[in-house]
Structures are given as structure tokens and as C-alpha cells.
Design a binder for this molecule. Sequence first.
Ligand SMILES: Nc1ncnc2c1ncn2[C@@H]1O[C@H](COP(=O)(O)OP(=O)(O)OP(=O)(O)O)[C@@H](O)[C@H]1O
Ligand SMILES: [Mg+2]
Length: 350
Amino acid sequence: MSFLTIERLTKTYDQIVAVGGISLDIEQGEFISLLGPSGCGKTTTLQMIAGFVEVTSGRIVLEGRDLAEVPPAKRGLGMVFQSYALFPHMTVAQNVGFGLEMRKVGRAERDRKVAAALQLVGLSAMADRYPRRMSGGQQQRVALARALVIEPSLLLLDEPLSNLDAKLRDEMQGELRDIQERTGLTTILVTHDQSEAMALSDRVVVMNRGVIEQVGPPEAAYQTPSSHFVASFLGRTNTLDGVRAGETVTVRDQRWTVAGEGTGAGAAGPIVVAVRPERVSFGAGGLRGVVRKRVFQGSQWFFDVESEAGQVFVLAPNGSGALPATGETVGLVWSAEDMRVLARDEAAPR
Ligand SMILES: Nc1ncnc2c1ncn2[C@@H]1O[C@H](COP(=O)(O)OP(=O)(O)OP(=O)(O)O)[C@@H](O)[C@H]1O
Ligand SMILES: [Mg+2]
């Protein structure tokens, strides 16, 4: 039995299927991200775990305990939302200690636990401040301390960083991961930011229209996406229409031999070839194209190439030798191991 087991979990609102029967096992100490586009059912899933949204069907079992009959306050979960929802009339310490007060924890123990939680998020010096006199990142840390102070068995985070500017978000991501590693707390993060999910998680759960498309370590989901949707949603990718006959895949006049699961050669019907920009190189032969744009990005060059099979992005490390200029005619080359053959999904992001 896993630490947290979700079995065929469903939520419907009248005709709308918000969550369409998802199953997932989470181990103790794991950092999991629920990732997907707006409306795919991330928040609904999290709220069912928390107990704020009633389950239509399916089960949630935490440490062997079926949560169906357990009210939210008795589930022992810590939650942080996108809006920090701090009490404006309370100081930082009072905000953080509020949950303990509700639980009738005595003054001395409360003070000790609040101090420890503030220390964990690096806010010891601000215990007596009011939230309105703090930055967004600091307020978010208070919200995190408030969730941690009750020593939850599970931490649920719903887009906790999306109100922060890019730099602060990066910093907070690192801190979140540090705190999670130090406490060993099992954490589920909801985000629609794929780079955030990849940076933080042991495993990502890619959701689409209420169902799970893929579960796995970030690098596996990135390198071996199991669907057109996942390939397009996780990082930048090129998807080119192709034709498959047995183990031969063709895009225009280029051919590759694909075999086995590693290349996604199981896909049936209309297919796309998915290849990451960093796997495409310039060479003699290959797909013909013309460089429309090249952009220096510091450690790498980004190329936008108009090819005979459509637009292709290429990333080349800075220092990788002579690179084509804008307007130059190029060949685009990659091997069968660099690409995935996936069933074409017209609804996949472009
Ligand atoms: N109370 C509700 N009544 C009716 N429909 C709802 C309700 N809550 C959510 N939905 C619908 O359920 C689906 C999933 O919503 P949910 O909030 O879980 O998405 P999400 O993945 O968290 O999206 P976002 O990234 O925008 O926060 C959406 O189609 C939404 O409109
Ligand atoms: Mg949401």
C-alpha cells in the first residue's frame, strides 16, 4: 500500500467532468506535481484530497485510512493557495500560530512550534510584522510556515508561486525544494508551469481534460513523452506530420527506422514525429529549410527554421562551431533515437 492512493477518482458537475477517473500512487517523501493546462482538473483533484470538494466516485486512501468519512480539519493536511489568505489583522507569528490555537495547543508549545516554522522559511526576524508590510514572497513564506506548523502528513500546494515575479519565483522554488527535502514531507504541487514542475518534482503527473496523460520523473516525461499532448506541453518541441509503414517513418523524403517502445513506434493511425530543438543539428542532407530567425540566448543559440515540413526550432550550444546565418539554406538532421513517433492529436498545443 502506498502512502497515498488515489483510485478512479471522479468529480462531475452536472454535465461537466472535472476529473474523469484518475488513479495514482504516491510514496512517502515524494514531491509530486500535477501539471496541465487551465481547466484540466488539477485544483479539483487537490481539493478532493483536502476534503473541500466532495468526491463523485472513487477513493482516496492516506496511510491506510480511507478519507471518505474524514472531515477536512481531521485529515492532517497543510495547504497553501495562490492567494496567501493571511489574516491582515494578525502578525506573522499570530497567523502561523492560528492553526495550533484552533487545535488547543498550549502557549509554550505553540511559541516553540511557530518559532521553528518561521526559522524553516527564513522569517524569524519578521515574527511581529503585519502581512501588508511584507513583499509577496515573504507573505507566501508566511503561508507556507502556517501550513508546516501543524506538522502535516501531506502538504498540498495550489499554484503557490504564480503571483510572484519571475526572479522571486525562481528563489522560492529553490527554497520550497530545500524545505521539502529537509522535512521529508510528502508534497503535491499543482501548477500549470511546466518548467516549475520539472525543476521541483520527483515525478510529474501530466493531466489533460480531467485525465492523467503520463506519470513519471521529469526527464522521462520530457525525453519519452507518451502522447502528442505531453510532448507539446512539456518544454518546447517540434512536431512534424509523418507517415508510418511498419518500422519505417517518413517525413517528406526523410526516412527513419523505428523499433520498440523507446521511439513510440506503437502509435497507430496518423502520426507526428516529435523531436526536441536541442536534438536537431545542422548538416548536409536532412530536411531542407531556411533560417528565418536566430537569437543569441547566452549559453545557446535559438533558430527558427522554415522547413519543407513546417516550422522547426533548433537549439545549438554556444561554442558549437560555425552556425548558419539568417536567410541561409540548411539541412536539419536527427537520428531515430532523438525522436518520438506519436499518434497525432489535433488538440495538442502547438
Ligand atoms: N464549482 C464548479 N462548478 C462547475 N464546474 C466546475 C467547478 N469547479 C471546477 N469546475 C470545472 O471543472 C474543470 C476543472 O477545474 P479545475 O479548477 O480543477 O481546473 P484547473 O486544472 O485547476 O485549472 P486552472 O489551471 O485554471 O486553475 C473546469 O472545466 C472547471 O470549469
Ligand atoms: Mg486550479
